[in-house]
Write a protein that binds this ligand. Structure first.
Ligand code: PAF
Length: 293
């Protein structure tokens, strides 16, 4: 596995792989790998002949009071893990390489970015969109892999790809969880022992919500209120938002129909965690064949 830091170097490696007819897979990351990242790499390895993993803690997507400086960084351990997954090359550019002096172009994905994370983290998706678009232009992958834990990010990127005619496939990969349900996240390392135990409230709240929908709850406001009450039982949890919305548009629903997205942002101590689940509003077992995702 090679590790390169410049746009010229990564292009030099990807070009010949493509010329050999290999499918190029890109896994964009900010490093600090956990099993969620490894699942993206493993999927890319299965589907592509040449796998690029980018590691770049992107300053453009962090707000001024967010954790850009203290975001976990460990390139040595990341490189070891990526090598085990069979990654061909790590692209780890500097901030200056990605945003040279005079840089001034951004992408606004209108319509999906005003709610949820976009509402509480102004500018976040503008920063995500520009760095992902740059990575797509630099690597020109056939497939790019994104985790479903960042559900809104996935939707925003899918829309950007459609709107800007990027010639690639976005492959969503399901959330990987700890054995007690906590979604894998690089930010979990911030949790102390008590907070780590409390953090399972997000997953338990999603399971609770699923039960309520499968039992017949059809009113988003009632479901949201019930989820809030459930989370409030945990003294270390402070709700940022609980959203019960349309999984495609992320807009409020009048009534829960075929499917609903429950998305949560909850602070556990000082650590802000997000999680989500798309629930299909039918009784389990009511259909003989599973509904395709
Ligand atoms: O999900 C992430 O890790 C980041 O938002 C991404 C997609 C790598 C862009 O910086």
């Amino acid at each position: 596995m090679q590790i390169v830091h410049t746009i010229a170097e990564i292009r030099k490696l990807v070009g010949p792989a493509r010329a050999e007819g290999k499918l190029v897979g890109l896994v964009p990351t900010m490093g600090a790998f956990h099993a969620g990242h490894l699942a993206l790499m493993s999927r890319a390895r299965h589907e592509c002949g040449f796998v690029v993993v980018s590691i770049f803690v992107n300053p453009a997507q962090f707000g001024p009071s967010e954790d850009y400086q203290k975001y976990p960084r460990d390139q040595k351990s990341d490189a070891e893990k990526a090598e085990v997954e069979g990654v061909d090359v790590i692209f780890a550019p500097s901030v200056e390489e990605m945003y040279p002096e005079g840089f001034g172009s951004y992408i606004e994905v209108v319509g999906l970015t005003e709610t949820l994370e976009g509402a509480v983290r102004p500018g976040h998706f503008r920063g995500v969109a520009i760095v992902v678009a740059k990575l797509f232009n630099i690597v020109a992958p056939d497939n790019a892999y994104f985790g479903m834990k960042d559900y809104q990010q996935l939707k925003v990127i899918q829309k950007m790809v459609r709107d800007l005619d990027f010639d690639l496939e976005i492959i969503p990969v399901p959330t990987i969880r700890e054995s007690d349900g906590l979604a894998m996240s690089s930010r979990n390392v911030y949790l102390d022992t008590k907070e780590r135990a409390a953090a399972t409230i997000l997953y338990r709240a999603l399971e609770f919500a699923k039960e309520r929908v499968l039992e017949g709850e059809r009113y988003p406001a009632a479901l949201e209120a019930a989820i809030r009450r459930f989370i409030e039982q945990e003294p270390l949890a402070k709700i940022d938002y609980v959203a019960v919305v349309d999984p495609d548009t992320l807009e409020k629903l009048e009534k829960i129909g075929a499917s609903v997205l429950v998305a949560l942002a909850v602070k556990i101590g000082k650590t802000r965690l997000i999680d989500n689940n798309v629930i299909f509003g039918f009784k389990e077992g009511a259909f003989k064949t599973p509904i395709p995702l």
